[in-house]
Design a protein around this ligand. Structure first.
Ligand code: UT7
Length: 325
């Protein structure tokens, strides 16, 4: 058993100023507030300004997380940004964040696992920390999805928003006198055979363009319910924790009906779920840390509570993490 625990020492988030309601969208897309709300639970989304890059959103979320952790950029040895909307094809968005917050030279890279990206990044940072390679890591999910929405495809363009969420993960010595803290178990998976259900139809080595989001909503929905629930079962089993002990389920915010179906399968009461979809829409890799931050800042999530994060998206890729906050 590792003698170092990976604890969440700070959480922060950032949403761009521009709020676009369903009614606003209905002025330029053939849609209606009633359809969007009833099918997805979304009421509004935030869109970044033209001159606001993903690294700007990420850096602002990072500052809030550092502040809550009581740490300075100089304390950070690893920055991972999970994103499908990087500032540039290369270098990584993480190095721009490093430069923008004034963090010293250290490890910095991006993860491409779409909506599951934050969980992939968390898992990797956890390994760096528990093996003693670094003490503090910034793990950020940040997206400017508005830059590759197809406004002619009403089945996708109404579902997404921009934003960033960040956590500072820190290594602390484990103490046998008390129950384990921090990340208790993680689980990741992906199935490339399902890639045609959710992807961007562009890329540097294929079209030379960024592309637009393409989605087979029904297939993604079905897989999301199955795999998000399965991923929660997996981490509770790995950590030998009963699902009834979970204080907060913090799922990816893609569709309220997916979240409710997962809760039913997991026999989790809906009052134990952090839901932000109405205000944030689907922000891909940013959605889980944005929701965690919302739950902490409104006082629902408290230190010592048991949290489970889970997400599925493009890949299809999915994952979960069980955390004693
Ligand atoms: O973050 C990655 C994970 N993503 C997800 O998990 C998304 C998963 N999928 C979903 O959330 C849902 O499948 C959607 C919200 C995308 C769609 O819900 P649905 O209940 O599967 O609706 P649908 O695709 O079957 O569309 C039904 C109808 C169609 O009309 P007809 O053919 O029945 O007359 C669509 O043309 O709704 C129509 N429609 C719309 N109407 C108004 C599709 N988009 C819109 C729209 N406004 N924006």
């Amino acid at each position: 058993m590792s003698t170092i625990e990976t604890v969440i020492s700070g959480v922060g988030s950032y949403l761009p100023k521009n709020v676009v309601t369903n009614h606003d969208l209905a002025k330029k897309v053939d849609t209606a507030d009633e359809w969007i709300r009833s099918r997805s639970g979304i009421g509004q989304r935030h869109f970044a300004a033209d001159d606001e890059a993903t690294s700007d959103l990420a850096a602002k979320a990072a500052w809030h997380a550092l502040d809550q952790a009581g740490l300075k950029p100089r304390d950070i040895g690893l920055i991972i940004v999970a994103t499908v909307t990087p500032d540039r094809t290369f270098p990584s968005t993480a190095v721009y964040v490093q430069e923008k917050i004034g963090a010293p030279p250290g490890i910095a890279f991006d993860i491409s696992a779409a909506c599951a990206g934050f969980l992939y990044a968390t898992n990797i940072a956890h390994d760096f920390i528990r093996t003693g390679q670094i003490k503090h890591a910034l793990v950020i999910g940040a997206e400017k999805l508005s830059c590759f929405l197809d406004w002619e495809d009403r089945g996708t363009c109404v579902l997404f928003g921009d934003g960033a969420g960040a956590v500072v993960l820190s290594g602390e010595p484990a103490q046998t006198a008390r129950e384990p803290r921090g990340i208790l178990a993680t689980y990741l998976s992906a199935d490339g055979r399902l890639a045609p259900h959710l992807y961007a139809d562009g890329g540097p080595s294929t079209t030379g363009t960024v592309g637009k989001v393409r989605m087979n909503g029904k297939e993604v929905f079905r897989n999301a319910v199955e795999e998000i629930s399965g991923a929660v079962f997996e981490v509770t089993e790995r950590a030998k924790v009963a699902r009834s002990e979970i204080d907060w389920f913090v799922p990816h915010q893609a569709n309220i009906r997916i979240i409710q179906s997962c809760a039913k399968k997991l026999e989790l009461c809906e009052s134990k779920i952090i839901v932000t979809i109405e205000k944030h829409a689907n922000t891909s890799s940013a959605s889980v840390p944005l929701a965690v931050d919302a739950g902490i800042r409104d006082g629902r999530i408290k230190r010592g509570q048991l949290l489970v994060f889970a997400a599925l998206g493009g890949g299809l890729a999915w994952g979960s993490a069980l955390v004693r906050y």
